[in-house]
Write a protein of this length. Structure first.
Length: 192
């Protein structure tokens, strides 16, 4: 059997891959949240989709936690706040789609705002339903208290996904800076 190989150039090196290898990841699910880490995941997904002639499904989830945290900052106007979260999520998805299109990669967008489960549950569910060949996402690499309190969506996705998951980690300096910004609520409002 004669397997055709083609040269694929990446920023770091040249690789020879077979046609079947190139077809491996045609449908790539990319959760985005607007963070620098998420952007790194998107960049890697775009590079991978270019190599495989695949397409992306960009996904943004508005979950109960982000809604509740936003409500505290927005002083209780729930209808206005949800509209703001939807508008922000739509803008984020459109910017990500434009970035993919500029690289010649087809992308569709999905905004999940129905509050049906946590981010990880929605990502795993959509990966199965679409169906995705691969999930690519950035991870903050939280440790210690930040991980204990905030949890790790990436870890839950890896544990429960039925397709391969590619995690793109934040650079160590960025992870430390984000960890330094993480603080527990002080309780000042409740104590006044």
């Amino acid at each position: 059997m004669d397997i055709k190989r083609r040269l694929v150039r990446t920023p770091d090196t040249d690789h020879r891959i077979t046609a079947s290898e190139a077809a491996m990841y045609q449908r790539i699910l990319v959760p985005v949240d607007g963070s620098a880490t998420s952007s790194r995941g998107l960049d890697e997904a775009i590079r991978l989709a270019k190599l495989t002639q695949g397409r992306l499904r960009l996904m943004h989830v508005i979950d109960e936690l982000s809604f509740a945290l936003g409500m505290e900052a927005y002083s209780g106007y729930s209808a206005d706040w949800l509209a703001q979260l939807r508008a922000s999520g739509s803008k984020l998805l459109e910017e990500a789609r434009e970035k993919a299109a500029a690289a010649g990669v087809e992308a569709e967008c999905l905004l999940c705002d129905s509050f049906r489960g946590a981010v990880a549950e929605r990502v795993v569910s959509d990966a199965a339903a679409w169906p995705a060949d691969l999930i690519v996402l950035g991870t903050h690499g939280r440790r210690g208290l930040g991980r204990m309190v905030m949890g790790s969506s990436a870890e839950l996705i890896v544990r429960h996904a039925t397709v391969p998951v590619l995690l793109i980690r934040a650079p160590e300096a960025q992870a430390k800076a984000e960890a330094a910004r993480f603080t527990l609520p002080s309780g000042l409002v409740a104590s006044q």
